[in-house]
Design a protein. Structure first.
Ligand code: SF4
Length: 915
């Protein structure tokens, strides 16, 4: 950014909300009207009161040019390069293709696959387009992969998809049961609130159910390290204990629920002793957990993907909700079953019906009454009756050829769907693929026939709803680049073209004549009248005046806890107990696939990394992709950390370096779901996962897969490290290099392209191959990064195929290439990142030195990303007697967003143990 130009512009602050997780933190965006200058936590926002995690803090840094879609692009034919076109041509052509497919094969031959990151207004228009104009229920969202099991669990027990809790309950609860949620890093601002409550009231209990000793589990009073996929059994056994020990509320059950007697009979056999071998927990531990839950006055259960992404995800959620219904601990302050949403506006998608199984206003597409109510509101004769296909089903139908065209908006299915080989093949077979996205370099972009450039966060206006049903305004701080347009604008403009192409222009006019985002919001709000999510009196002005509000919003007021009168959403007002599918994992380990892979998330990354993957600072904590394995499993096989392993499931394979992780049990592996083709030469994490789904929620079982693991014999390594030559613009060149390198590194069985940052951001390229790479290929890689030419220092040993080059500018190393011998890569990386003067280590530049020649060049993982405090610094301070308070005071770690607190505690304990 040009500061001089910026300084002539007026700098203002725009209030908005973070676009990453479902916590929904308020932000204040500093802008000069052209650039996003900075993002800080909004002190007035009720969710976060000024706090932000590192992802939120770095939002402005994601506003880069490289990879942005700025013009409509079309391929003249499959496999050809994109050509720019104008909006009118793009939308007209798109309408013609859709109309032709609909005319030939019917409306169900097209589908829409959208995103939990769209705004409520965008969602609503996509719904009108699919159901109201095209006449299909084939509209689903990537929220299907995230929380659709929570939706079915709430609906089957409480009668509606209504989260009965709010964040204030975190302050008031006396027991926190976190199941399948690593909230310490995935919802860090909420977890800070739990930590603060525990600090104020040390007697409060934290129970964590997780097969892994995650950052959250490490903080628990009781960690139930359950066998993966046995959560329903555990909750039922806990309920058995509660019944046996008379800790249930018989009066509540009789007055406010139905179906308990059938469940009580089922519980008889589910003793802690019977369930113990299934869950891998002792009967005593199960009894202990049940007693703690039963004796709490206000237990609050928080769950996330660990329960949802399962073949029996609905049962997991229902069994957890049963604990609250059976004890009557629901609907009052501090208690209840609270599903945490992963995506920022997954809740908005649920409200607007942007899933095949829902309609706007929590209506049901299978209900004739609901369909005709909505048709009347929309002024059209009817809505389609045929059930729509859900995410995995849409891609199955594309592969089979029954769906011919797909419109993907703000989603990246070629990264995030399970069984990627199948998903990618489905995209290949599709007749027409439209991608509407802010980025043109996602894993899905190569399959698109038409790319429509969309505005992204900071460039568009609307609303989002967070996990606690709170609706916040999302505001524009800068205009979108080039010809990119807000998502709602694209949908509306296309709909008018499609109306003409289908011969129903009046219907298109009637459904799509919105002058502003607020007009869309008001139309949507109208559909909520008389429903449990009523917000028909809410306007943008009200939100601006009163601040973010929760639904239902009636009589000018939000309702924090919808079931405070214990009248649930079934017509008789009673909640329902259900009999449950307690099933096992869909894929068991066996002799050929003896390891169980568990997928999860990293602290500082988000989804497919299309945004966070452009921010070098967010790689400081986890700089490279790894698969985590228990240390004893590594040692037993004679392997070492950093060895490349080949992971094979029944669907695909992936090569990754191994990292020792004590928190992973022997026999298990842990892999972050973020890694894809953006960073690797292979398909990424979802090459291994399986696409079977929960029969009710249709959510895929993304959490586990059985895999075999073998050491990969790829002895030839190349490491290239490069920082930008432009101090004023250090990041864009790195991103451009990364993009240019991607097709070339596809030639290597293992390649990792990642960023990192010290005082300088850098690009890191790690390659492995069985033999020395062709000279020509290596030269092409080198010259792309300006690492060839006579001005570079070079060392070459042709007989041993060793090549080393160094680029030095102003006595600092700005690039290094090590091929054939890479022992010094880690300390040379420190030298480049930190701008260390080359005179201090010049003579060791090309030495095969694994140990750094200077203490300053010792690499140490960054633990506190906000304050850039390394693990070494923390260990040294602990060795000198520092406790957490002193670490915070002296080093500053754990004082900003707090995401590093779990790790600081762990390091402190480890360091003390060896003292
Ligand atoms: S916790 Fe972090 S990622 Fe989630 S909304 Fe808040 S700032 Fe954004």
């Amino acid at each position: 950014m040009d500061r001089a130009v910026t300084n002539r512009r007026k700098i203002t602050e725009v209030k908005s909300v973070c676009c990453y997780c479902g916590t929904g933190c308020g932000v204040a965006i500093e802008t000069d009207g052209v650039n996003l200058l900075n993002v800080r936590g909004d002190p007035d926002h009720p969710v976060n009161r000024g706090q932000l995690c590192i992802k939120g803090q770095t939002l402005a840094a994601a506003h880069v040019r490289t990879g942005r879609a700025t013009r409509p692009l079309i391929r003249p034919k499959r496999g050809a390069a994109f050509q720019p076109t104008d909006w009118d041509t793009a939308l007209r052509l798109n309408a013609e293709r859709f109309a032709q497919i609909i005319a030939t094969h019917g409306p169900d031959a097209v589908a829409f696959y959208v995103s939990g990151q769209l705004l409520t207004e965008d969602y609503y228009l996509f719904n009108k387009l699919a159901r109201g104009l095209v006449g299909t229920n084939n509209i689903d969202s990537n929220s299907r992969l995230c929380m659709s099991s929570a939706v079915t669990a709430y609906k089957s027990t409480l009668g509606s998809d209504t989260v009965p809790c709010c964040y204030e309950d975190i302050d008031l609860a006396d027991l926190y049961l976190l199941a399948g949620s690593n909230a310490a890093i995935t919802h860090p601002i909420l977890f800070r609130r739990i930590e603060a409550a525990k600090n104020r009231h040390p007697e409060r209990q934290i129970l964590v159910i997780d097969p892994r000793r995650s950052e959250t589990a490490a903080y628990a009073d009781l960690h139930l390290a359950i066998q993966p996929g046995t959560d329903t059994f555990l909750f039922l056994a806990m309920l058995h204990v509660l019944v046996w020990e008379r800790m249930i509320d018989e009066a509540f059950i009789a007055t406010h629920t139905e179906g308990f007697e059938a469940l009580r009979r089922e519980l008889a056999e589910l003793t802690p002793g019977a369930v113990s071998p299934i869950c891998g927990l002792s009967p005593k531990t199960i009894v202990d957990a049940a007693r703690r839950f039963g004796s709490a006055q206000s237990p609050l259960s928080l769950w996330c993907q660990g329960l949802n992404q399962s073949i029996h995800g609905t049962s997991n959620g229902v069994a957890l909700i049963h604990l609250h219904l059976a004890t009557g601990k629901i609907g009052r302050p501090g208690m209840g079953p609270f599903s945490l949403t992963g995506q920022p506006n997954a809740m908005g998608g649920r409200e607007t019906g942007t899933m095949a199984t829902l309609l706007p206003g929590h209506r049901d597409p299978n209900s004739e009454k609901d369909r005709s109510e909505l048709a009347q509101l929309w002024g059209i004769p009817s809505l389609p009756e045929r059930p729509g296909k859900t995410a995995v089903e849409i891609f199955d139908a594309l592969a089979e050829g029954t769906i011919k065209a797909i419109w993907i908006a703000c989603a990246n299915p070629a990264h995030s769907l399970p069984h990627l080989e199948h998903a990618v093949e489905a995209l290949r077979r599709a007749e027409w693929v439209v991608l509407q996205d802010a980025w043109q370099d996602t894993e899905t972009a190569p399959f698109a026939d038409l790319l429509l450039p969309a505005a992204t966060w900071g460039e568009k206006e609307g609303t989002m709803t967070n996990s606690e049903r709170r609706i916040s305004r999302v505001c524009t701080a800068v205009p979108p680049p080039g010809e990119a347009k807000p998502d709602w604008w694209i949908v509306q403009a296309f709909a008018r073209h499609l109306g003409k192409a289908l011969g129903i222009p009046e219907r298109a006019e009637r459904l799509f004549s919105f002058p502003t985002e607020e007009a869309i919001f008001l139309d949507y709000a109208r559909t909520t009248a008389g429903t449990e999510i009523a917000i028909e009196t809410l306007t943008y002005a009200t939100l601006d005046q009163l601040g973010p509000q929760q639904w239902p919003f009636t009589s000018g007021q939000s309702q924090a806890r919808p079931f405070s009168d214990h009248r649930f959403s079934y017509p008789d007002g009673k909640a329902r107990f259900q009999t449950l599918d307690r099933g096992r994992l869909p894929e068991q380990i066996d002799a050929r696939h003896p390891f169980l892979l568990i997928t999860g998330r990293l602290r500082d990354q988000w989804h497919g990394m299309s945004r966070t993957g452009r921010i070098p600072q967010l790689f400081r904590h986890d700089p490279e992709p790894v698969v985590c394995m228990n240390r004893t499993d590594i040692e037993r096989r004679g392997w070492h950390e950093g060895d490349l392993l080949r992971l094979r499931s029944r669907r695909g394979e992936l090569i990754l370096p191994v990292a020792a992780a004590d928190e992973v049990r022997s026999g298990h592996l842990f892999l972050a779901m973020h890694w894809g083709r953006r960073s690797l030469s292979g398909e990424g994490s979802n090459a291994l996962t399986l696409a079977v789904t929960d029969p009710l929620s249709k959510q895929p079982h993304l959490k586990h897969a059985a895999v075999r693991v073998e050491k990969c014999n790829l002895p030839w390594r190349t490491v290239i490290l490069r920082r930008s030559d432009h101090p004023d613009n250090p990041i864009e060149p790195l991103l451009q290099w990364q993009a240019a390198l991607r097709p070339l590194v596809a030639n290597f069985p293992y390649a990792a392209l990642t960023l990192d940052e010290g005082r300088w951001p850098i690009l890191r390229v790690t390659l492995a191959h069985s033999t020395p790479p062709e000279d020509e290929l290596l030269e092409r890689l080198a010259s792309l990064l300006a690492l060839s030419g006579p001005e570079l220092l070079q060392y070459e040993d042709r007989s041993n195929h060793i090549l080393k080059r160094a680029r030095i500018a102003e006595r600092q190393l700005t690039g290094i290439l090590l091929s054939g011998e890479t022992a010094a890569a880690h300390w040379l990386c420190e030298a480049i990142k930190n701008g260390t003067q080359t005179d201090t280590f010049h003579r060791w530049l090309f030495a095969p030195l694994a140990e750094p020649p200077l203490a300053d060049l010792t690499s140490s993982r960054i633990v506190s990303n906000c304050r850039m405090v390394s693990e070494t610094a923390i260990r040294s301070a602990v060795a000198a007697g520092a406790d957490l308070e002193r670490l915070q005071a002296e080093l500053g770690c754990g004082t900003v967003c707090g995401s590093c607190l779990p790790e600081i505690r762990k390091i402190t304990l480890e360091a003390r143990a060896v003292q």
